[in-house]
Write a protein that binds this ligand. Structure first.
Ligand code: ATP
Ligand code: MG
Length: 276
């Protein structure tokens, strides 16, 4: 017979993992999501559909999705937002940042544990962040951790126990590498996270973060960039495009903010220096 104490013990067992992951997730999304392009909403909406699919479909107890795009395009923040919005009882982030100094086998153990823990919850979402770093991928050689790869191949394919459902959200900046090492077929779906590629999006971000005192100043800065050859509405594939991840753009903006005089020049210098 299960009594109240068993119940409380069970809660105590489950709660710390949940608490910790919430903190982790909050940290990742603390800067918020700026809706600088319709694609941002599309990605969040797709994520929401996967969340609903796992919640309601009995045929797909395991769904894995790859979010890929250039460095700093916002993959981690978007995956974390989707995970956090799911309101599933088990949400966990597997991040190479939390495994610094781990041996290969320690990593495998830690990854296995997160999946094993998820199997105890009826609904779980696991964010496997920065796959190539988790795999210790180096282009020289090329080299990577085969032990971690083998563990992930098994876990990504394993159906959770009966009555349990799991959504896996993985992020990577090196989509081609995943094909090379045989890791791309394991995903049920892929979402591409693009960089910012035109001035309309850039201006949207500038407005959102209130870098300039007035809209005149902001427009002046945008005009400077237009004069420098960047197009207002270019798509990513156009030649007049810019190419900058939201992460780099936000840090460039924060640097420009440190020097209130000549914010526009600072911003411009920062953006040009980033080779968009
Ligand atoms: P890396 O390639 O280094 O792993 P990343 O692609 O995972 O980078 P994030 O670490 O998610 O990028 O950084 C994106 C940053 O931009 C976060 O601080 C996030 O809060 C902020 N941000 C603002 N708007 C958006 C958006 N529309 N999408 C994603 N992130 C956004
Ligand atoms: Mg990331």
């Amino acid at each position: 017979r299960v009594n109240r104490n068993d119940f409380l013990n069970a809660l105590a067992e489950v709660h710390p993992a949940f608490g910790v992951s919430e903190e982790e997730l909050e940290q990742v999304i603390q800067n918020g999501i700026i809706h600088f392009d319709p694609i941002v909403d599309e990605i969040l909406r797709s994520g929401q559909l996967f969340v609903e699919q796992v919640r309601t479909s009995t045929r797909t107890p395991l769904v894995s999705v790859l979010l890929h795009g250039p460095p700093g395009s916002g993959k981690t923040a978007l995956a974390a937002s989707i995970a956090s919005a799911s309101q599933y009882p088990f949400i966990k982030l597997i991040s190479p940042d939390s495994m610094v100094g781990f041996s290969e086998s320690q990593k495998v153990t830690a990854i296995n544990k997160v999946f094993a823990d998820s199997y105890k919850s009826p609904l779980s979402v696991i964010v496997v962040d920065n796959l190539e770093r988790l795999l210790e991928w180096t282009p020289i050689g090329p080299r990577f951790s085969n032990a971690v790869l083998q563990a992930l191949l098994v876990l990504f394919a394993r159906r959770p126990p009966k009555g349990r459902r799991l959504l896996v959200l993985t992020t990577s900046s090196l989509r081609p590498v995943l094909t090379e090492i045989g890791l791309s077929e394991v995903f049920d779906s892929e979402l591409r996270v693009p960089p910012i590629s035109n001035l309309v999006s850039l201006e949207f971000v500038l407005r959102e973060v209130e870098l300039f005192q007035s809209s005149e100043e902001r427009r002046h800065a945008v005009r400077m960039l237009e004069d420098a050859g960047f197009a207002l509405t270019a798509k990513e594939e156009d030649s007049s495009k810019m190419h900058i991840g939201i992460k780099k753009l936000l840090s460039t903006i924060e640097m420009a903010r440190q020097e209130p005089d000549n914010v526009a020049q600072r911003l411009m210098g920062g953006l040009m220096g980033l080779g968009m």
